[in-house]
Structure formats: structure tokens, C-alpha cells
Design a protein around this ligand. Sequence first.
Ligand SMILES: *Cc1c(COP(=O)(O)O)cnc(C)c1O
Length: 400
Amino acid sequence: MNAKELVALAEEFGCPLYVYDAAKIESQYLRLTAAFSKVERVRINYAVKALSNVAILQLIKKIGANIDTVSIQEVQLGLHAGFQPHQIIYTPNGVSFEEIEAAAMLGVQINIDNLSILEHFGTKHPKVPVCIRINPHVMAGGNTNISVGHIDSKFGISIHQMPHILRIVENTGMHINGIHMHTGSDILDIEVFLYAAEILFEAAHHFKTLDFLDFGSGFKVPYHKGDIETNIEEFGKKLTKRFNSFEKEYGKPLTLAFEPGKFLVSEAGFFLAKVNVVKQTTSTVFASIDSGFNHLIRPMLYGSQHFIENISNPKGKERFYSVVGYICETDTFANNRRISEIKEGDILCFRNAGAYCYEMSSNYNSRYKPAEVLWIDGKGILIRQRETFEDLLKNQIALD
Ligand SMILES: *Cc1c(COP(=O)(O)O)cnc(C)c1O
């Protein structure tokens, strides 16, 4: 999408605003499936937690992907968007037995990541097929908040506990139809990923009834021109070769599954905000926008550096700015950033705003959550209204 189109959407729908480019989501999906075109059975499960708007889920369905969910509510959203239960995998962490049972009763594929629930579930529902989430203990990913495969991680059942897993499976007679790993986000080193995959292959040999192997996600996407990213094409080539040879060893058809969130939607998203104030201080120039970490918390939460462009003046002379929000505590999007000259009223565009952005927004400071627009076939359609004062009061009960 270009600056002109984005400015027009900001004018039509107001700021702050999230915009998602449908064509980019589709092209990322096609890139991933092309990388694995030599694998006979591939399933891409989009990780709903990245961006869960129902219109986005409908688009994902139309493109041909399935979904990965982490809560019963995400399962319900998926069903609401038109997915069949068998197109949904449910991969929670630390949720109650009752919630896992409820998801299984809805007919979705469940994925269990701890021994106590595995034993309880296998005892009570030995016929329901279950996937097991393994922790291969591979340190992957650049950020400890989003790296989930290492030894101290709360995710998955340790690969070292395989004897205990096998005992539970044998004792309960439960049906294990898949094994899964998800080692974290921002994986750059393909070799590390392939090493973790070997651990999963080895684990797979312990089970005779598998239908699929799920390699999770965590592909790194670029945040600015020239930024590093996971080389999906090379990764596809290498894993395809290994997967196809493993399938022969295993002696039964297997599906190769992934569950990308960021990879599919991150770059498709644009966050648009208007500059309220340009303030010169003794040390810097602040550009204060009509938003804050209530709408985009990733820079404050884990130091994400979203590329920021002044789309009202894209060709202007560049100057250094600190871009800040209106929340009444430290609320910084970027420090000392080179941006083309900003005037009050200009629209700033934040890139990579598709994944974990709207999704993590809140009403802090009693602000409304932004509207969301889908850019499709050359026009913008509203897929979520901006909140209103009624939304802030909804569910509150005032004293008489
Ligand atoms: C969050 C999550 C994903 C998606 O991770 P990305 O880095 O956004 O691709 C995939 N699988 C599971 C189980 C997750 O929790």
C-alpha cells in the first residue's frame, strides 16, 4: 500500500486506525506453501492470537489455511468465522482441564502440553485423538519473552520426560495422532530449527499412530528495508528433504503442519496515528500522537522497533524525532528516529502492525480502541468500528 492510499483511509475512517492489506496476507501464505510444495500433505494453521478479527479469519479461511488457537474463545471465534472443528487445532498452556475438555467436545484437535492433564484426559477420554506438545529444549528466538523452547520455559512436555509420556499413553490406551513443538519467535538460524526438528522426528518414532507433525512457528519477518528475516525458501528446501525421508522411515503418510502468526499478518498491518503536538525541548523534538501504548504496546512491552513514516510528507527533509504517545506515564514508540519533517496534524504510519498490535490493545486511560480496516481489491472496508463511550460503560454497574 502506498502513502496516498493510507492517508486517504486515515481521512475516511479517522485516526488512530489499523489497516490490513489482504493481498499481503495471501502472498505470504503462498510463499510458505510454495516453499513446501514438494511435501505431499501440508497444513498451515494460522495462529489466531496474532490478529483475531473475524473478517481476517474469514479471509484466512478463503485463502485455504486452517487455524491454531490458544483459548476456548479463539476456538469459538474460529467456528463463528466458518471454520469446521477439524480445521482447528487448540494449543493452550496452563488452562483448566474443563476448558480442554470443552474444546475436545467441540470436535477440535487438542494439543496437550503437560503430563497431569495428559494422564487425566487419557483416562477419561481414551478415544479422543490427542496431539502432544514437546519441549525440545532448543534455545531459539532473539527475545526471552518470546522464546519458548528453552530449558526454563513453561511450554510443552520436556523431551526428557518421554518415558513418562509413553507410560501414560500405554496405561490409558489413549490415541496420540500428532506431536508438536513451538520454540519461539524470531527464529533466524535455520540450522537451529532443523536441529529441533530432528528431536521431534526422534520423538515421533515412539508413536505408531501419528497423522501429523507440527513444527510450530516463529519465523522472523523484516521490520525495515534490508532487515534480516528467516529464509523461508531455503528452510523449505531443507526441511522438505528431511521430512520426506522421515515419512518413508516412519512408514505411514504424515502431514507437515505449521502455525504461523507473524509471518502471515505482521507486514500486512499499518497503524495510522495523527500528530497532535510537536514539542521542542532542550534535548530533542517530540512528536506526540493521538494514541499510545494502549493501542500499540509492543515497543514498550518488548522493545519492538516499528518503522515509522510520515505519510503526510513522505518526501520531506529528514529530522530526528522522539515519537511518543499520550498515556500518562512513559509511553515511547521510538527515540531519535529519522523521519521526514513532521508538522502538527500529519499522519504517521507504523509498519509491521498486523501481528500482536490491535490484539494487545486496551482501554487504559479510558481511551477507545481504534477502528480496523481491511484493504481489499483496491478499497478499504471497515471490519471493526471505533469504540464509543457506551463501550467504556458496558458491563460496568454504577452505584444507585
Ligand atoms: C503464538 C504462537 C504461534 C505463532 O507464533 P508467531 O511467532 O506469531 O508465528 C504459533 N504456535 C503457538 C502454539 C503459539 O502460541
